[in-house]
Structure formats: C-alpha cells, structure tokens
Design a protein around this ligand. Sequence first.
Ligand code: FAD
Length: 435
Amino acid sequence: MALVVIGGVAAGLSAAARARRIDPRLEIVVLEKGPVISYGACGLPYFVEGRVREVTDLITYTPEYFRKERNIDVRTGARVMAISHPRREVVLESGAKVAYEKLIIATGARGGLPDLPGAQLPHVFTLHTLDDAARMRRFLVERRPRSAVVIGAGYIGVEAADALRRNGLRVTILERSAHALLRPDDGFTLAVRAQLERHGVELRTGVPVMAIEPGRVAGVPADLVVMAAGFQPNVELAAAAGIEIGRSGAIRTDERMETNLRGVYAAGDCAEVIHLVTGRPTWIPLGTTANKAGRVAGACAAGARERFAGIVGTSIVSVFGMGFATTGFSAAEARAEGFTPVAARIEARSRPRYYEGVKTTVELVADSVTRRLVGGSVIGEDGAAGRINVIATALHARMRVDEFEQLDLAYSPPFTPVWDPILIAAQQLIKEMGA
Ligand code: FAD
C-alpha cells in the first residue's frame, strides 16, 4: 500500500521527497494532472519579461529524476477525479484506480475569473502555469500588443504589470479594493502607486471589472488582458471526499498537516495553516509555506512526528526594482483581528549618506495592550528583504517592541547605517506608545 500524493509542484514534491528520506522502502506515487512537474511559478513574470530565456529554465526536476534518484513514481497527465477514503483509493480521469494507505492533497490554487464575460477571448490570460506564461510571451512576440490591462493589484498582477511595461506596453492595473498588494494600508498603497506611476504604469483602485470586451476593459484600451484576481484554493476534490474546509475556504489541517480524515494530509496553496500572531487558521498561499508545510505532511505521512509551527505572512515583491515587503498585519488588519494597534512609520537611509544610502520606509505595528509587535512593512531598493525578515523573526518570537529596539544588528557603511531603519522605527513606536 502506497503513499499517494496529488499534485506535483512545491508542496506535493516536498512531501514526497521528505517521505522518501524518512522511509526508504515506502512506495510513493505522485499524481500530477499537468504535463510537467517541479517548476517555479514564482519565476513566470520574469519569463514574460524576457529576463528568463526559456520557460523550461523554470523546471527544477523531471519525473525521470524522481524515478531514478528518489525511487518515487511520478505520473504526469494523471488527473484525480475522486477520492474514496472508505476504499482508500483515488480515481483517475482514465478510470484507473490507485490505492493508498496514506494520502497527501497538494492540489494548489487557481487564479482567474472564468465566469467574467469575455474571459475566454484569445487576448485574455492568466499567469499561473508554464503554459500560461509561454502563451503570453508568444502573444507579445507575435502580436506586438501596445496596451495591457491587468485585473488585480495583488503581487501576481503587479509583477505582470512590471513585466509587460518592460516590454514597452502601456499598462493599467484595475483593482476592485482600495489597496494594492492585498495590504489594507493607505500609506503602503500610495507608495506602490507612486512607484508604478514613476515607471509609467497606472493603478486604478476601487474599480470592479464587470466584463472584458475586445480591445478594452472598463473603458481602458487593452490589446492584452491579464486576469490576476479571483485566486482560490483547489478544494473541490477534498470537499467531495468529506474533508473539512476551514472558514478561509482552504482545507482545514492540524499542526501535522493532517485533515479530519485520519491518514489524509493537505499542504500548500490548498490548505490552511496557523497564523502565529493570532493563533488562528489562515490562508496565505505562498511558495515558502507550500515547501515547508509539504515537508511536514510528507514526514508525518511516512510515520515521523513533525509539526508545522505556522506562519506570520511574510512576503516581498519587486516593483521596478523597489522592494515592497510586509509581514504580519497592517494597523487596520490588526484592529480587525481584535488587537489595539499603534503604528509608527519612518523614513531613513538604507546606508550612510556618504555611502550612497537610499530612502527606506519602515512601518511597525504593535498591540498597545501587550506591546507585542504584530506587523510591519519595509519599502526600499536596498535591503528590504533582510529588514522584513528581521521583523518576521520578531513576530515568530512574539517580541515586544521594547525587546526589538535592543536587537544587536550588524553595522558597516557598505551595508547599513549605525541605526538601522527598523530600530529607528521601533524607537518611534515606543515614543508613540509611551514608555
Ligand atoms: P501548485 O504549485 O499550484 O501545484 C499544485 C499542482 O496540483 C498543480 O500542478 C496542479 O496541476 C496539480 N493538481 C491540481 N488538481 C489536481 C488533480 N485533481 N489531480 C492531479 N493533479 C492536480 N510564492 C512565493 O512565496 N514567492 C513568490 O515570489 C511567488 N511568486 C509567484 C508568482 C506567480 C506568477 C505565481 C502564480 C505564484 C507565485 N508564488 C510565489 C506562489 C507559489 O508559486 C505557490 O504558493 C506554490 O506554487 C504553491 O505550491 P503548491 O504545490 O501548493 O501548488
């Protein structure tokens, strides 16, 4: 009896590889409906841009590699249509059945707005798979579109806009909500908008798109349209098998990534994880989480006892070379989660003035009752990833702002100023909260 994994990208393959390490003799089968496995979707915008030359450069491993080097049976073109847990088997589109003892669901998420009128027109794209990116790149090269509309200002939309603008298109992003990059924070959105406009991309917020017409969307000219909205977890298979779906709409799991059905695990973009700031389940689909949670699911399914601690929701996006990084909650989100937030935003240099430091903006958010940090953001061309990672570490460690302000961080002019911007932000926050 085998360990069967549904889905052959980040979470599924991390799970399979980890299970193999734990148990060298276990029979492991990975079922992937698509034609390829193990690719970095995160690199798709850079292929559309032209920076990555071949779409196949984004593939890390092949099924042959897994078969030969890991003794894992990876089958492509194998779409699972149903899970029968009472029979411990999955049913493929071909009608074939594959028996399992343990099952890992790593079916990911999907984007796009398939029900939007016009969504099926030939100049309308999603950007989720290698095939999507290859189609979009081909359209760019062969049809030479001059204008593009991107629907959705999440990170995929913003990265797509950046890539299209670098190909010379006039680009407009239409976003239904009032904010960019899914961060309910006016200052952050203002900075994203300013950086986009500096590079010739227009961001219109508060614009719900009702239809795509040939050549235009909501009155904006569009030879090419990217649907970068409507992201949702692929949970239908799981739900039909009686697996519990959480309030976020993703599969409910415990800290071993096990679902309510014993022996059935879920990980990656289809599953919830615990948010360490609130202690409650959340759905924040990211590659980092998919890899880590997948490893835990694989280990546990193979008989080890491991746990996935949870996440704090850390991410970073490049908008024309400027890093926009966030972790935890903005003040508005923290309030909605039941905290009493106080926020401080500062601007400082990334390095000393005499060493070509550039402007960095840091915001820290703490709960005024406990003084615990609950979120932060960093905007800058230089060092944004390192700085947000320090703040993320503080959230993991449940640090209070007073402890954070004392952190012993590195200083040398080529890298940082003597007072790092995140420490200046902490000092400002302490001032605002009162000692
Ligand atoms: P997926 O990668 O979606 O894989 C799921 C697989 O399951 C798919 O191959 C699918 O075909 C297969 N499947 C689904 N249903 C079935 C079925 N019934 N039978 C068989 N197979 C099935 N994350 C970051 O952390 N940083 C980034 O910078 C970043 N950039 C991104 C940029 C883009 C354009 C995109 C699209 C995503 C980006 N991500 C990023 C997110 C990251 O790629 C995902 O979080 C990650 O791929 C999730 O992995 P997964 O294995 O859970 O799901």
